[in-house]
Design a protein around this ligand. Structure first.
Ligand code: SAH
Length: 245
């Protein structure tokens, strides 16, 4: 039986990788992943064999991992954040039917919503929805419907893949959909390069967010009706009574 670990490595910094993820990578011979993440890991695991493919070659990358495992090497397929959240765990499991002799174990990681949430304070203190604005694999009409219904349900919304070179105006389009249900004064936050060099954060209103540029290294948080600023922080109250309030 050969073995592949599908490992979420967290948002960036080694310290934000779980102990289990670090120990798992320490035990593997081969680490397969998207070029950028492989580079983040190389310094901490210098004796490993690294294999990478560029973005959009996801199925090739999975096959590469299965082939390495079949050679008898303990293999890790790495994803940023958590491997199950807009990551490769699902695809690996779907393809695993073609490789019945390979066992898979999924190792969870700190997803961008949690890493970015901590930078902003506590934006996810109540029910929330994660929505990706990437329409590579999901039709825009579906994304728009989910945005509208999440806004109507007053969920805190965390947007992944808010923009890219080809989808420059998607964050703006999403904000316009949200504005049909939400106040323009809704508290929002944005974190760029979570736990990586160049980490930046901003708290603003939904009106301001509409005019704010973003790229694929940004995660966006849109508050619910109760979300507020507390000093520099973005806080969605759980609802506890605070004496003196
Ligand atoms: N599996 C990943 C998500 C992959 S989708 C996870 O669980 O975090 C890629 C999107 O995730 C990016 O466009 C961005 O919105 C978000 N993201 C991932 N890592 C990030 C980081 N370090 N800083 C900011 N956003 C990040």
């Amino acid at each position: 039986m050969s073995k592949i670990y599908v490992v979420g490595i967290g948002p960036g910094a080694y310290e934000q990788m779980t102990v289990k993820a670090a120990e798992t990578l320490g035990q593997c011979e081969v680490i397969v992943g998207y070029t950028v993440y492989v580079e983040l890991l190389r310094a901490h695991f210098p004796d490993k064999e690294f294999l990478s493919t560029p973005m959009r070659r996801e199925a090739d990358r999975c096959r590469m991992a299965f082939e390495e495992a079949q050679k008898g090497k303990v293999t890790a397929m790495v994803c940023s954040g958590d491997a199950g959240i807009y990551g490769m765990a699902g695809l690996m499991l779907e393809l695993s039917g073609n490789y019945p002799e390979t066992e898979i174990e999924v190792v969870p990681g700190v997803t961008a919503a949690l890493g970015g949430g901590a930078v902003l304070g506590a934006p996810l203190g109540h029910d929330c929805a994660l929505i990706s604005l990437s329409d590579l694999l999901t039709p825009w009409e579906t994304i728009e419907k989910r945005l509208r219904l999440a806004a109507e349900a007053d969920l805190v919304i965390c947007l992944y893949n808010p923009s890219s070179r080809k989808r420059k105006d998607y964050l703006k389009k999403a904000c316009q959909v949200l504005l049909s249900e939400k106040s323009p004064d809704t508290v929002c936050g944005l974190v760029k390069n979570i736990a990586r060099n160049g980490e930046e954060t901003r708290v603003m209103t939904l009106r301001e967010l509409t005019e704010t540029p973003a790229d694929m290294f940004v995660t966006v948080f849109i508050g619910n009706r109760e979300t507020k600023r507390v000093g520099k922080w973005m806080v969605t109250p759980r609802g506890y009574r605070i004496s003196g309030d």
